[in-house]
Design a protein. Sequence first.
Length: 134
Amino acid sequence: DFRRLALLSGNLTQMPEREEERNEIIHLLARGRFMDTVREDVFDYVKQRVETYAISFLEQQIEAVPFTGRLRICRILSAWDSLSEVAMCQAVCTYCQLNLYDKALQVYTAFVGEYRRLMGEDYPRGFKDITGDK
């Protein structure tokens, strides 16, 4: 998977222009983190570059994909970066647009719990701040 990602992305330096290649990268990233079980320090730099590329790529794709694919990209991005505000906000707003407010609240609540666990403090934005409700 890593070799294919490197080939499609110009060694993690560019976003593919062709939709088929972008879709293939999304498919590769949906499988999860690369070399996640490898604990050797020598691979830390490569793992960090892949993670940085993956997060940037997925954040760009959220806006580029059709509305129906947005939630899938949000889930993949959240798997790569559990504190991705982009993924959480986009998922919450998408669920609200679909009138699935319970799902939107579930996404928000899960994010807030993870934020509190990792950051040791409460998430500063409320659900209504994200949805735009007054």
